[in-house]
Write a protein that binds this ligand. Structure first.
Ligand code: ZN
Ligand code: ZN
Length: 267
């Protein structure tokens, strides 16, 4: 009774000092989806297509902005993400793949994929072998500290200030988004469920239905990606959507990004 009274008093104080604590419900849903879409874009363009596979080059201003956003939303150091993903490609669907549903089972990867990711990310040998060529500066070493979680707590404070107590619910969705959609859906379903355009020597699949591609900014076309890992564009057949490539194309149009190497984009 006493604790709940204190909590509701604290909530009332937060709402009284917030900028927009009483917007319509749909506005908060839309803002949360926009936030997670930006995070997904940063993962696919900066961490995946730029840093891991060197398919694209981003202007330093864009690269730093994306790194900063990822620090605030995921607290994942660039080097660790890149190392775990390159390790996945090197040992795909074999015993040394950090998160194959063929090895660990679909339910474990889908719902506990983030634990498998962190186990590999904290393996010094994997990070040393596969993390080469990633930024190694003050930002990575101190600001992107995966233990302190400073970035996500800055996001929480900002959410509470902007939206009041509803900002806490938005924050929970924002924090769960990448662990579920990247570590669970892409790493799990992307090697377990869907169609194959190419008979790659792994179990990779493209998730059926365009909604998956929209939610993951094109990452759902995972069989296409395993077929040509250094392609800037993941969509390869008519009707397939790759929003990540749309945003890359917009950045390229204004001189903020370019393709590093020519790659086959249609078969
Ligand atoms: Zn894969
Ligand atoms: Zn990849």
């Amino acid at each position: 009774m006493h604790i709940s009274a204190s909590l509701s008093a604290a909530g009332a104080w937060v709402d009284a000092h917030a900028l927009w604590p009483s917007l319509p419900g749909w506005a908060y849903v839309l803002l949360t989806l926009l936030d997670t879409h930006i995070t997904t874009t940063c993962v696919t363009l900066f961490l995946h297509r730029c840093q891991t596979h060197r398919a694209i080059v981003l202007h330093p201003v864009v690269a730093h902005a994306m790194r900063f956003w990822l620090w605030a939303r995921t607290a994942m150091p660039t080097r660790e993400w890149v190392a775990v993903h390159r390790c996945h490609h090197a040992h795909v669907d074999g015993p040394d793949d950090p998160h194959s549903p063929i090895v660990y089972g679909i339910w474990r990867v889908l719902f506990l994929g983030t634990a498998l990711y962190h186990r590999a990310a904290h393996n010094a040998a994997i990070v040393e072998q596969y993390g080469k060529g990633t930024p190694d500066d003050v930002l990575e070493r101190y600001l992107y500290d995966p233990i302190s979680l400073t970035g996500p707590f800055v996001t929480l404070a900002l959410n509470l200030w902007l939206f009041g107590t509803v900002g806490l619910a938005m924050w929970l969705v924002e924090m769960a988004w990448i662990p579920f959609f990247a570590a669970g859906v892409i790493n799990g379903l992307g090697h377990w469920w869907g169609y194959r355009n190419f008979s790659t020597p792994d179990a990779s699949r493209n998730l059926p239905g365009r909604i998956w591609s929209v939610l993951t900014c094109g990452e759902a076309l995972h069989n296409n990606h395993h077929h040509i890992q250094n392609a800037a564009r993941f969509s390869m057949r008519p009707g397939e959507l790759d929003p990540g490539y749309w945003y890359f194309s917009a950045l390229r149009a204004v001189g903020l990004a370019r393709v590093r190497q020519e790659s086959v984009t249609a078969v």
